[in-house]
Design a binder for this molecule. Structure first.
Ligand code: NAP
Length: 267
């Protein structure tokens, strides 16, 4: 797939400048040069483009899918690792091959899949679907954390971000439904929070974040887009630009749950 830079969704006010942080200050970001995206679904693919645009010089991706055809600008190098499955051995092998990173973004997640649609009622709960949600939404990102945290630079500020979902917030759950998706994103959030406490001593320069990307036009959201209020759906390009822009130098402490605009969400 070719990622075009002239996409119709580009927002002029969202131009990402690698020398500009989330508050618009021109400082501190020039060290951010190497990034890895895990998973090349809709948002993952767009993140590669946004990271190129943000002048990351060394980019890696990891997916069961084939390499993207990316229009590289500046001196950016792009290395893709295609794996058969998100097993611990496959992730360890890739982690041993890639260099030190400033940023890693894990995009793995599933909502509607071969095990069924999100459960609206308790009576719809079933073991196969719940275990599948747990595997993709919680276990695979946990493995990414386990296998890759040592790849993040230790002598400079570095960030590992995991795409979670606002519906995984327990405090913010006012509507119910989507038992498995909500629960396994909440479990992912707890993994991130718990690891942030452990790694605060082992890797004091490393920040771990859970991020809600906002409702985004991808295969994951397609079956549910007709229920959305007007104006709530963003393109993957737009969401990825927000994620990159608001991740770089975000002032929130490690172990925070961030919204797409960089603000903090309640757990
Ligand atoms: N789109 C939204 O509106 C929205 C809203 C809130 C949160 N999110 C979260 O944002 C993240 C990215 O979502 P997206 O919209 O880009 O979705 P997507 O296009 O469906 O991509 C999903 C990603 O998850 C991986 N994945 C899915 N099913 C898998 C399975 N059975 N085994 C292994 N890997 C699997 C895929 O990996 P491969 O690259 O290997 O195929 C892919 O990278 C997800 O964590 C999602 O929960 C999305």
């Amino acid at each position: 797939m070719r990622l075009g830079f002239q996409n119709p969704f580009r927002l002029p006010y969202l131009h990402i400048n690698a020398d500009m942080n989330a508050s618009g200050n021109e400082d501190k970001i020039e060290h951010i040069r190497s990034a890895c995206v895990i998973g090349l679904g809709g948002i993952g693919q767009a993140l590669i483009e946004s990271l190129v645009e943000a002048k990351f010089l060394s980019l890696y991706s990891l997916s069961r899918r084939e390499k993207l055809s990316v229009h590289l600008t500046h001196d950016t190098k792009y290395h893709h690792h295609q794996i058969q499955a998100y097993s611990e051995s496959a992730l360890e092998e890739v982690a041993s091959k890639i260099g030190k990173l400033d940023v890693l973004i894990c995009t793995l997640g599933t909502l509607k899949n071969e095990t069924g649609s999100p459960e609206k009622q308790i009576g719809a709960l079933n073991e196969a679907q719940m275990l599948h949600y747990f595997k993709v939404n919680t276990w695979f990102p946990s493995l990414v954390l386990k296998c890759f945290w040592k790849n993040l630079k230790s002598d400079k500020p570095a960030t590992m971000a995991f795409l979670s979902a606002k519906v995984g917030s327990i405090e913010d759950n006012h509507k119910g439904g989507w038992y498995g998706y909500r629960s396994t994103k909440a479990a992912l959030n707890m993994i991130i929070k718990t690891a942030s406490i452990e790694l605060s001593k082992k890797a004091p320069n490393l920040k771990l974040y859970a991020i809600h990307p906002g409702t985004t036009d991808t295969d994951l959201s397609k079956p549910f887009q007709s229920y959305l209020p007007d104006g709530q759906l963003r393109s993957a390009q737009e969401s990825s630009q927000y994620i990159v822009k608001n991740l770089l130098n975000n002032p929130a402490p490690s172990g925070s749950f961030l919204n797409w605009d960089g603000s903090q969400l309640p757990w």
